[in-house]
Ligand binder design. Structure first.
Ligand SMILES: [Fe+2]
Length: 203
């Protein structure tokens, strides 16, 4: 009985895997993104065409990682909500001293988004945040590694490939590159970015 039960579970697991693989193949073949990409921008978004294309690419990358990492649907949906919200007010006129991430997080919260991890992902996506869960980390990674961004394309593509197998180390690498870039340009490092960097496990 026990054996039959475990054989049955194995068959179901294999069938599920095959079904997902088939879905991936079909989508790749049609050149279309997966269904959860349809989350889309909130109605209050103010973004131009280029920004919209960037957000779409970030969503596609996060979707691809989630699929490869076999992340449960609910968690995948959280990551994607963070993606679609993160730059929603990037092209809006905002009061001085308000970041577009904070503005979007506040607006999303007013509109009913109650997931603290998603809101923190949106609020701090430009600077990093030590208190992030996977939604914040994946958004941060994809925002930097999406293929449309200029500069270091090959290096970034290789890092993007590695994310599903080794997210923690890639995250460290990305934060390092961001900090290095700012230092080289003689810019300041936000205390939250440093705190984020210090919170990551070293080698
Ligand atoms: Fe972005």
């Amino acid at each position: 009985m026990g054996n039959r039960g475990s054989a049955q579970r194995t068959v179901i697991a294999v069938a599920r895997r095959a079904w997902r693989a088939l879905g991936r193949l079909l989508r790749a073949w049609r050149g279309r993104p997966g269904p959860s990409l349809d989350v889309g921008l909130p109605q209050w978004a103010e973004v131009d065409k280029r920004r919209r294309a960037h957000i779409r690419r970030v969503a596609a990358l996060v979707e691809r990682w989630a699929e490869e990492m076999e992340v449960p649907k609910r968690e995948r949906a959280r990551w994607l909500r963070a993606v679609w919200l993160h730059d929603a007010l990037r092209d809006a006129r905002l009061p001085k001293g308000t970041t577009h991430g904070a503005a979007a997080a506040d607006r999303a919260a007013r509109q009913g988004e109650s997931d603290a991890g998603v809101l923190d992902a949106v609020r701090y996506h430009s600077i990093g945040y030590a208190g992030w869960d996977a939604a914040g980390r994946m958004l941060y990674l994809a925002d930097y590694l999406e293929p449309g961004r200029r500069g270091r394309r090959k290096t970034r593509a290789r890092l993007a490939e590695r994310v599903p197998r080794d997210p923690d180390r890639v995250l460290r690498e990305v934060v390092k590159q961001q900090i290095r870039g700012r230092l080289r340009a003689g810019r300041t490092i936000h205390p939250l970015t440093l705190e984020f960097w210090n919170s990551l496990d070293g080698d």
